[in-house]
Design a binder for this molecule. Structure first.
Ligand SMILES: C[S@@+](CC[C@H](N)C(=O)[O-])C[C@H]1O[C@@H](n2cnc3c(N)ncnc32)[C@H](O)[C@@H]1O
Length: 233
């Protein structure tokens, strides 16, 4: 996979998520040791939604981010977009997903008018995009002035004593367990590869600033293996 770039890489990513869609949630819970719910709650908090807010979750997958948003803000209007139909289909019947408006769309070309959302979130999506700057520019464009982008992503932990354990877990254990549960071992080899190739939290912050976002900040969670970035239009 690492040899792929541009549209070929995007096609690889889409096909891979289509294959693992039905097992995606189970693997997420397992790999995050049940912590991903808490991370999503932190994202929704950082989005600072007001009553009746319009929220867009890009690369929404099975919709967990918006299910969390609607739990906390029942009056919000929630749109989830993704380019893998199978992921959204796998999420549609989940409790709390009925109020999500699902939209098939590439994160690099969002089919929404300028300034239409109060917040744009993403969870574990940006790492997969072939052009992250273009994605953040699109997020900036569809946000209302004053609206927030909140991005949840995996990151390589800082150089400390725990780093070798994380790398061992991620590079070796995850592909084995993911392979057994999903039957798609290559998909769970892609995961550590994509994390290894991904931007550091500081680089991601810089990308968001380049896209026009201001007051960009991030916090690291789970011993530095996950980061939440926030920026304002
Ligand atoms: C790791 S999953 C994350 C799903 C969900 N956001 C979550 O928090 O669990 C990555 C998702 O990104 C989507 N994706 C990757 N590249 C995309 C793109 N260019 N446009 C839209 N969706 C994309 C995939 O289809 C997949 O559903």
């Amino acid at each position: 996979m690492t040899h792929l770039s541009g549209p070929a890489r995007a096609t690889y990513v889409r096909n891979m998520f289509a294959r693992i869609a039905r097992r995606y949630d189970v693997m997420n819970r397992l790999m995050s040791a049940g912590q991903d719910g808490a991370w999503r709650r932190a994202v929704i908090e950082a989005a600072a939604l007001r009553a009746g807010a319009r929220i867009l979750d890009v690369a929404t997958g099975t919709g967990d981010m918006l299910i969390e948003a609607l739990k906390r803000h029942p009056g919000a209007s929630a749109v989830g977009s993704d380019f893998t139909l199978e992921m959204m289909q796998a999420g549609q019947d989940k409790a709390g997903a009925q109020r999500i408006r699902w939209c098939a769309a590439d994160a690099l070309h969002l089919p929404f008018t300028d300034g239409s959302f109060d917040a744009v979130t993403s969870g574990f999506g940006v790492r997969n995009f072939i052009d992250r700057m273009a994605a953040f520019r699109e997020q900036w464009r569809v946000l209302k002035p004053g609206g927030r982008v909140v991005c949840l992503e995996i990151s390589k932990p800082p150089r400390n004593l725990l780093r070798p354990f994380f790398l061992l877990y991620f590079n070796h254990l995850v592909p084995i367990v993911g392979g057994i549960i999903s039957g798609q071992r290559d998909a769970y080899r892609y995961l550590p590869q994509s994390v290894n190739e991904f931007l550091t939290p500081d680089e991601l912050k810089a990308a968001m600033e380049h896209a026009g976002l201001r007051e960009v900040r991030y916090r690291r969670l789970m011993l530095g293996t996950v980061a939440i970035h926030t920026g304002i239009r």
